[in-house]
Ligand binder design. Structure first.
Ligand SMILES: Cc1cc2nc3c(=O)[nH]c(=O)nc-3n(C[C@H](O)[C@H](O)[C@H](O)COP(=O)(O)OP(=O)(O)OC[C@H]3O[C@@H](n4cnc5c(N)ncnc54)[C@H](O)[C@@H]3O)c2cc1C
Length: 325
């Protein structure tokens, strides 16, 4: 049998990867979509935009009802389920995944389960991607490769996500709503979860290193948001640097300093929401020595590195320019 050479192989099936795959399929290109997880859809569908928006909507429904004096028992139960019942999520994941799978089939995109890694520069115009699944590596050949490996949550130095220390992934699998939650980082992810868990009844404290929270938005927006959150009983500290996070009997002790003065908070759980970093380690390309501050959350669509390897996702495009062609 002649070896299959794809026109395009796409590594990563998040919003960048699956939309690129659909478009390529529509153009009649022989397309492979490589995904390491069991489900297609990436961060957005499974542990990002979609579940958080569902939670936000549900949470705001409960908050609005309560503010009007309506006690809606079913709503509280739904909140509790959404806020922690793992079954609710699995169902959701599966549904979203089936939808993506159907779209791939419809557009004649071949989906391949496994971890994709470039093996080197193109040979006679053909790149090889090593796809590893269940310990077995298989070479896949393609004339073009798009890296859509996305990003993952940044951690504070010395911390690992787990039962008490959470990222956007672990927080969506909590079995119970925590009595108290400290959130480090008052960007989009931090303020969203603050709102959700406050509505669910947690005591929420936000800690932000910059002088104001929601720092990437206009000052008026952050002022208005701070006012609304204060009214809802969400505590926050700005200009505050987290120095230490230690496990304690009740959960976690967070030591932070404001203007050099140390303060401590005891909390059941802590969410680290200090930004995202591109998933570019171990995908087979060299990083430049002086890597610019990575792609973090800046989309890089439209960037054209001088090679058959390109990127569409939160993967850093600037780093790709050093890919040896
Ligand atoms: C809590 C949260 C809420 C958000 N809410 C919003 C929102 O409301 N609106 C919005 O626009 N954005 C939101 N975002 C951002 C959004 O999720 C991302 O911008 C989007 O998912 C980026 O898409 P992507 O395809 O670049 O990467 P991802 O969605 O991260 O997808 C990357 C995929 O690549 C796979 N992969 C990685 N490495 C490999 C490899 N070597 N081999 C095979 N597969 C690999 C991963 O498993 C993953 O499936 C939110 C993010 C978070 C964390």
């Amino acid at each position: 049998m002649p070896e299959t050479i794809y026109d395009i192989a796409i590594i990563g099936s998040g919003p960048a990867g699956y939309t690129a795959a659909i478009r390529a399929g529509q153009y009649g290109l022989k397309t492979a979509l490589i995904e390491k997880d069991n489900v297609l859809g990436g961060t957005c569908l499974h542990v990002g935009c979609i579940p958080t928006k569902a939670l936000l909507f549900n949470a705001s429904f409960g908050t609005t009802s309560r503010s009007k004096g309506i006690r809606y028992r079913r709503c509280r139960r739904a909140q509790a389920e959404l806020g922690g019942h793992p079954g609710a999520q699995v169902e959701d994941r599966d549904q979203a995944h089936q939808g993506s799978r159907f779209l791939m089939k419809k557009n004649k995109v071949e989906t391949i389960r496994g971890y994709g890694k470039l093996t080197g520069p193109a040979q006679n115009g053909v790149l090889t991607v090593e796809v590893t699944a269940e310990g077995r590596a298989t070479p896949l050949k393609a004339k073009n490769v798009i890296l859509c490996t996305g990003s993952e949550a940044r951690m504070l130095p010395g911390l690992e996500p787990g039962d008490q220390v959470l990222t956007n992934i672990e927080i969506l699998s909590l079995k119970e709503i925590p009595k108290s939650l400290v959130i480090v980082g008052a960007g989009a992810v931090g303020v969203e979860f603050a709102s959700i868990f406050r509505s669910f009844g947690s005591e929420v404290t936000l800690i932000e290193m910059l002088p104001r929270w929601f720092p990437i938005e206009d000052e008026e927006v952050s002022k208005e948001l701070a006012r609304a959150y204060r009214k809802r009983g969400i505590a926050f500290h700005t200009g505050a640097k987290v120095d230490k996070v230690e496990k304690s009997k009740s959960g976690v002790t967070v030591t932070f300093s404001v203007d050099g003065k140390p303060q401590k908070i005891e909390t059941e759980r802590i969410l680290i929401a200090v930004g995202r970093k591109p998933r570019t380690d171990n995908i087979g390309w060299r990083k430049p020595r002086s890597s610019p501050t990575a792609a973090s959350s800046r989309p890089t669509a439209g960037c054209r590195p001088p090679s058959p390897v390109s990127t569409l996702s939160e993967t850093s495009c600037s780093e790709l320019r050093n890919w040896p062609t």
